[in-house]
Design a protein around this ligand. Structure first.
Ligand code: DHB
Ligand code: FE
Length: 281
């Protein structure tokens, strides 16, 4: 897998992520009280001013920043930028009170309404879908240990080329995206394939920043989940695979030790167990 292999589809992924954010989440941002806006805007601007003073930022650097910010918007990469470099701290603050799973960032590629696949089934996939077959069993319980029989597990992830359906072109609409229910005892069994490590788009403004700073663009391979149950807080998480070289230097800073799976080889594929504990709302 090389950067050139990913680049063309990645550019479209940025613009698709912007369109998806507008259609799903714009409405939620309308009503922030003006005192709160004023406080947060002032403090963010002060942090910028302090950085300029501390490092004696020049006019050339200021203009480079302006040009780059304009390009982030033109490339549709604000969701990518924010989810890679900012969201992990928002998630940390939002879930710090939890006694059950804390989770991690959502990222830009969630789509609500993935097809219902029952409590034991497969995510939709193509004939001969690449990647090691993975059978994942688990349970959803409340913090007191009681099973949550009405829980839902939404799963979405990249394919064996690191690409997401509905964001990269040429992939069936709901490929590797499914919604699972659970049994009376909270258990489920999901059949999927192992995703590849994911490289954030290298051909747009975020890629330019990464190249200009001499960073890398990789996230470790990961499965995204949203786990919900009536009367409980929504859990958004990602699950990772042991030994991935980017578990320790994820560009999105979203790996936590408790989110790393322990898969076992089994004929022709792997099996893994991972359970979820939800906090009452
Ligand atoms: C980004 C992509 C992901 O798949 C993810 O999980 C987090 C962030 C991104 O490109 O911004
Ligand atoms: Fe992802």
């Amino acid at each position: 897998m090389t950067a050139t292999h990913h680049a063309p589809a990645a550019a479209e992924s940025g613009a698709s992520a912007t369109a998806r954010f507008k259609s799903d989440k714009f409405a939620a941002v309308a009503d922030t009280p003006k005192e709160r806006v004023s406080l947060l805007a002032r403090e963010v601007l002060s942090a910028v001013h302090e950085t300029i003073r501390k490092h004696k930022v020049t006019y050339d650097e200021y203009n480079a920043l302006k040009a780059w910010l304009i390009q982030v918007g033109e490339d549709g990469e604000w969701p990518l930028f924010l989810d890679v470099w900012v969201e992990h701290v928002v998630e940390e603050v939002a879930t710090s009170h939890r006694k059950g799973n804390k989770g991690t960032i959502e990222g830009p590629y969630y789509v609500p309404g993935a097809p219902e696949q029952g409590s034991r089934g497969s995510v939709p996939m193509r004939e001969g879908e690449g990647g090691t077959p993975l059978v994942w069993t688990g349970r959803v319980t409340s913090v007191d240990g009681s099973p949550l029989k009405d829980a839902k597990v939404e799963l979405w992830h990249a394919d064996a080329d690191g690409l997401y359906s509905q964001f990269a072109p040429g992939i069936p609409e709901w490929n590797l995206r499914g919604t699972f229910s659970v049994e009376e005892d909270g258990s489920f069994e999901i059949h999927t394939v192992r995703p590849a490590p994911y490289q954030i788009p290298t051909d747009g403004a975020c890629g330019k920043l990464i190249a200009a700073a001499g960073w890398h663009a990789w996230r470790p391979a990961h499965l995204h989940v949203k786990v919900s149950a009536p009367g409980h807080e929504l859990l958004t998480a990602q699950l990772y695979f042991p030994g991935d070289e980017h578990n320790d230097d994820d560009i999105a800073s979203a790996v936590k030790p408790e989110l790393v799976l322990d898969p076992k080889p089994s004929d022709g594929g792997e099996t893994v167990t991972y359970d979820f504990v939800l906090d009452p709302a």
